[in-house]
Structure formats: structure tokens, C-alpha cells
Design a protein around this ligand. Structure first.
Ligand code: ZN
Length: 115
């Protein structure tokens, strides 16, 4: 699996193991710039899952903002849900699944409080 940061790979492996029984098979996980993330909205996109490439991309601004590991893991967890549930809008089912993440509230609050 390809990456541009071994830490991302480590965090992905830990999420995949703990929550998904290692069932998520990706080709890569990368830090990437804001512009490369799917963004047809006006709000900031923190991460995405690319179905054609089978890869997760995380916004590299989070490195600058010194995001804690639980925030990165939360984003990875969220993108892994898309891996299973498709590129859906965040339906009720999606939200229920999302709340299984251990630090769901804490991670969301951290992201909300960014300037
Ligand atoms: Zn999503």
C-alpha cells in the first residue's frame, strides 16, 4: 500500500484492525492539498475517499494545525465507512455508524473549533 507518511499508514492500520477486521483494502493513503480534495461546496473538506483509485486523502492543513491522532483516525474511520456504504450523502444510517467511533464527539468538536 502506498503512502506519503508512515504515520498515516500506521493510523489507518490501527483503525482498519480495530473497527473493520482488516476488511478495508486500499491502494493508498496520502496527505494532500486542499485543492485536490473533492470540493463542490463552500466548506472545508478534511478528507475524502476516491473510489476509482481506492485511496484516502487527508487534508495536509491538519498537519499545520497539529491535529491530534484521534482526529486523523476519526477522518480515516469516516472515509472507511464510505468504502462500505458508498459515496452517499451522510444518511441516518451513516451517522449511526459514525458514532461508533470512540472519540466521535471529541474529534468533531476539535474540527469545529478550528479557526
Ligand atoms: Zn463523508
Amino acid at each position: 500500500m502506498r503512502t506519503n507518511d508512515d504515520l498515516l499508514l500506521k493510523l489507518f492500520n490501527s483503525v482498519n484492525n480495530y473497527y473493520f477486521d482488516n476488511l478495508v483494502v486500499l491502494r493508498g493513503i496520502f496527505w494532500t492539498s486542499d485543492k485536490k480534495l473533492f470540493n463542490d461546496h463552500n466548506y472545508k473538506v478534511w478528507a475524502d475517499y476516491c473510489f476509482c483509485y481506492k485511496g484516502i486523502r487527508i487534508n495536509q492543513d491538519l498537519k499545520k494545525d497539529k491535529a491530534p491522532q484521534y482526529v486523523i483516525k476519526y477522518l480515516i474511520y469516516h472515509e472507511c465507512l464510505h468504502y462500505f456504504l458508498g459515496y452517499v450523502n451522510h444518511t441516518v444510517l451513516f451517522k449511526i455508524e459514525e458514532e461508533y467511533f470512540k472519540h466521535y464527539k471529541k474529534a468533531n468538536n476539535w474540527l469545529k473549533n478550528l479557526p
